[in-house]
Design a protein. Structure first.
Length: 76
């Protein structure tokens, strides 16, 4: 059973709560199997989940100084 990890360890690796991991499993967004009452995940699936972009539109980066100057000039 090498490569299988539990909910607690998965939560630490992904920086999420245990409850969020369980929610992702129930939503079928994170593959897992239940063995003797415990959820187990393949560590390779966690790597894929870690690299997956989050929902919604990506955040904008900080504007460049030139862009700020142009915006300020437009206001004048």
């Amino acid at each position: 059973m090498e490569g299988l990890i539990g909910v607690r360890e998965a939560a630490k690796l992904l920086g999420l709560s245990r409850w969020r991991i369980i929610q992702l499993i129930k939503e079928k967004r994170l593959p897992a199997l239940k063995l003797e009452g415990k959820w187990l995940m393949n560590s390779k699936d966690l790597d894929a989940a870690r690299n997956r972009p989050g929902p919604g539109r990506p955040r904008k980066g900080k504007p460049d100084e030139e862009e700020i100057d142009e915006n300020q000039m437009r206001r004048l």
